[in-house]
Design a protein around this ligand. Structure first.
Ligand SMILES: Cc1cc2nc3c(=O)[nH]c(=O)nc-3n(C[C@H](O)[C@H](O)[C@H](O)COP(=O)(O)OP(=O)(O)OC[C@H]3O[C@@H](n4cnc5c(N)ncnc54)[C@H](O)[C@@H]3O)c2cc1C
Length: 415
């Protein structure tokens, strides 16, 4: 029997392998790197059922244009002459409307809630995993009138969709964050959100899958496919041909290139972001987003990770220190007493979020193929949504009904 090949060993590929091996499927993961580092290892690790609005939303365009003029802003599209970028921007603008956002909310919410439940199950099944799933919610802290209005409006919307949201005064914030000042005029706390250590999760999953017999083919780049009608029979790599029963495309920001080799369109851009770890002093207790600057703060006991910026950058992976400075300067703007130290360049982590133009992932069968599945485009929610994506792909692989409706994630929607 030929194996199912998963192209891409990021978190989506690993969780797909996890649920496939539970079904008794023979799996090989192919990755062009040694899997020491990708977008899934150093991110903020937030599990966010509260994030029911996709990135492409009304208001993002005017905000985005404002941010374009600051080298330290949280969102930036690198202007350049590039057909792929122009096409992606056009689709982004088209999707950023009320109707599309309203249609997306139930799909995103159900995917997120399924994922959160799967993380809880995962933690119970693998108490040894030390993924440190902290179920203390996520706080959106704000300093300005304008953002307060948006966040409070959003809290009401989230409640309308059945999610818990608490509006906190500065006095309430002091109780949540007792060890140091958080300079904010208020915050919204989403108690249903959580956070974890993405590196610990990633390392555990990889080891666990190896022990369960999942094969890893490292340093192997996929260059093409051997097709016959609606099927792919083999994957062509720089290390030779590998036969396949079925194929899963989980190539993160590079999934668009893989789709192109198969003759369908999967618009995708890398959304570059950075993070760095600091000694947590005085201790920050609560996972928080510093909303004006879109900086994520993930505390892990005596360490804390700060992450942010979204630079639509194709697949360029260079470090732009101005953007890192933007994250760094946010720390004392919100936590004036925190002992922040600018990180050395080798301590700055970077990752490319795989961004679809409408902010929704691609999950399901590839158009025109009966044995190719896609799990990609999760943008800033790949850690959050990976377990549910892996479970759904395993269900489709086994021709079972999926646990939730997935029409919103149709792979061929831009084909
Ligand atoms: C600063 C920052 C903070 C973030 N915070 C959060 C957060 O708090 N919560 C959250 O849910 N998400 C967060 N994210 C987003 C999350 O990290 C991503 O959505 C997720 O890691 C994407 O996983 P992936 O498996 O799709 O892709 P990746 O992790 O990029 O993996 C794709 C893999 O495919 C391989 N590959 C590609 N092409 C080929 C080829 N041709 N041949 C072989 N291999 C190939 C690559 O080498 C790579 O290893 C954050 C991201 C950043 C940058």
């Amino acid at each position: 029997m030929k194996p199912t090949l998963i192209i891409g060993g990021g978190i989506v590929g690993l969780f797909s392998a996890y649920f496939l091996q539970k079904e008794g499927i023979e799996v090989t993961i192919i990755d062009r790197t040694d899997l020491k580092d990708n977008c899934s290892t150093g991110n903020a690790g937030m599990i966010v059922p509260s994030h029911i609005i996709p990135l492409a939303a009304p208001g993002m365009i005017s905000k985005g244009i404002g941010w374009m003029f600051s080298s330290k802003s949280p969102f930036y599209i690198h202007p350049r002459l590039d057909y792929k970028l122009a096409q992606w921007c056009m689709l982004f603008f088209k999707a950023a409307n009320e109707k599309q956002v309203k249609r997306s909310i139930p799909f995103l919410k159900n995917l997120s809630l399924l994922s959160k439940a799967l993380y809880q199950e995962f933690k119970m099944e693998h108490p040894e995993s030390a993924i440190a799933l902290v179920e203390k919610g996520l706080m959106m802290a704000y300093q300005t009138d304008a953002v307060e209005k948006e966040e409070v409006e959003f809290a009401h919307l989230a409640r309308k969709y059945g999610l818990e949201a608490e509006i906190l005064t500065p006095e309430d914030i002091k109780k949540v964050e007792p060890n140091l000042e958080l300079k904010a005029r208020g915050a919204v706390l989403f108690p249903g959100d959580a956070h974890l250590d993405p590196g610990a999760l990633y390392g555990f999953l990889k080891k666990y899958l190896e022990a369960k017999g999942v094969k890893f083919q490292y340093n192997t780049q996929v260059l093409g496919f051997e097709k016959a009608g609606q099927k792919v029979n083999a994957v062509l790599t720089d290390q030779g041909k590998i036969e396949a029963e079925k194929v899963l495309l989980c190539g993160g920001s590079w999934s668009g290139e893989l789709a192109k080799m198969l003759g369908f369109s999967l618009p995708m851009m890398g959304g570059k972001g950075y993070s760095f770890i600091q000694e947590n002093k005085p201790e920050i207790s609560q996972a928080t987003i510093l909303t004006e600057m879109k900086v994520a703060v993930s505390p892990y006991g005596n360490q804390v990770r700060f992450g942010g910026t979204m630079e639509i950058a194709g697949t360029d992976q260079s470090i732009n220190l101005n953007r890192v400075k933007g994250i760094f300067e946010s720390i004392n703007r919100y936590y004036p007493d925190f002992e922040a130290k600018f990180p050395d360049e080798n301590q700055i982590w970077k990752g490319l979020r795989p961004c679809s133009p409408d902010g929704l992932p691609y999950i399901g069968l590839a158009p025109g193929y009966s044995n190719v599945l896609v799990g990609s485009g999760h943008s800033m929610m790949g850690i959050s949504l990976a377990p549910a994506t892996g479970k759904i792909l395993a269900e489709i692989h086994q021709q079972k009904n999926t646990a939730i409706e997935i029409q919103g994630f149709e792979v061929g929607r831009f084909d």
